[in-house]
Design a protein around this ligand. Structure first.
Ligand SMILES: [Zn+2]
Length: 359
């Protein structure tokens, strides 16, 4: 039986672990900005814009977060996005995430955003870009937190729709080109194969964008193959099902293809039955370039440090492995080499400091 002293010591160990994780300089490479919209802010924006939500209060909305799978999550996610109307709404949502990211020790973030979720509701693309970009630039000014924007196509819509979105966005590249440097592919994976978007991805590559795609989350390992061979992406978002194909996994390890893994999201959406079954630490120990990420943190019960914590407490992730994951995230980012080096040096300095003081 645990004594009060044991419990106090356990609590202080937990606090010390959280401090260690927060102080680790790291990047987040897989977060959907619309998935950071917390219920409280959703209600504030709904009221501000006169949008009625199908929930009476925050508690009722939180109770609806009991998803069965990706499909039931997406239904709620798109309903939540209805409250985003003005530039200020996009700013407020992005700023709330950035404050949290800064607290979690994130020094660089590459956020995904889904223009089609907004343009099909009649919101101008300029409004979406301006609100998000203003917040990103303010975070850079205030904390030195750098960022990139990954314009992501919804894969359950057609390739033609993706082309329309790209063509609407391109005139904004001059104004936002310092931030908008990459293209992604997200939403319902099963039945929406990577090859459906071969032409638009080829066009984006031709235009000089960096490419990523969700693959091997609910879809099989074959989707990962095709994201690499047909879409020519540089990073795989999720990719956890690559483990089912040994040849593919070898290729990912040998070619150091980064995977942006989101453990809490995978558990919440049933990709793995429990954290104890999650492959992320196995993949890391086999030499895969894995990074940890929060995906849609408002919906999946945790931000980046919460994802690290779950891996430490339930999968035995060591502190050295936490440092490796943090280094991986910076190396796998789309920052130029000199900026990566500067962040990696900051991490080494932080480690030395912690070693001399806390550990
Ligand atoms: Zn995602």
């Amino acid at each position: 039986m645990k004594t009060p002293n044991d419990r106090t010591s356990q609590a202080s160990q937990q606090d010390e672990l959280v401090d260690f994780l927060r102080q680790l300089p790291k990047a987040e490479l897989h977060v959907h900005i619309e998935g950071t919209l917390e219920p409280e802010l959703m209600f504030t924006l709904a009221e501000r814009n006169g949008v009625s939500l199908p929930y009476r209060n925050v508690a009722e909305l939180r109770a609806a977060y009991d998803f069965q799978d990706l499909g039931s999550f997406l239904e709620l996610y798109y309903a939540g996005a209805q409250v985003l109307i003005t530039k200020q709404d996009f700013y407020d949502m992005t700023w709330a995430y950035l404050q949290r990211a800064h607290e979690d020790g994130i020094v660089h973030t590459e956020i995904m955003f889904d223009p089609q979720t907004h343009t099909r509701r009649g919101i101008a693309l300029e409004t979406v870009f301006a609100g998000i970009a203003d917040a990103l630039r303010d975070a850079h000014r205030r904390w030195g937190l750098s960022s990139r924007m990954i314009l992501s196509f919804l894969r359950d819509l057609s390739e033609q729709d993706a082309f329309i979105t790209l063509n609407k966005a391109l005139p904004l590249r001059q104004e936002y080109g310092d931030l908008w440097t990459a293209i992604g592919l997200d939403s319902a994976e099963l039945g929406n194969l990577p090859e459906k978007f071969v032409h638009v991805f080829a066009q984006c590559a031709h235009l000089g964008f960096r490419l990523v795609a969700h693959a091997g989350e609910e879809g099989p390992a074959e989707y990962v193959h095709n994201a690499l061979d047909v879409l020519h992406v540089e990073r795989i978002d999720h990719g956890v099902r690559s483990e089912e194909d040994p040849a593919l996994l070898h290729r990912i390890i040998d070619n150091r293809i980064p995977m942006t893994v989101c453990p809490l999201s995978n558990i919440r959406l049933g990709v793995f039955p429990s954290m104890a079954d999650h492959s992320v630490v196995r993949l890391l120990r086999r030499g895969a370039t894995v990074t940890l990420n929060s995906d849609d943190p408002a919906y999946f019960g945790g931000y980046l440090v919460d994802n690290f914590l779950a891996c430490v407490t339930e999968l035995g992730l060591t502190r050295d492995e936490c440092r490796q994951l943090a280094r991986n995230s910076i190396q796998a980012s789309f920052l130029p080499d000199d900026a990566k080096q500067a962040l990696l040096s900051a991490q080494t300095a932080e480690q030395a400091y912690q070693h001399n003081t806390v550990l």
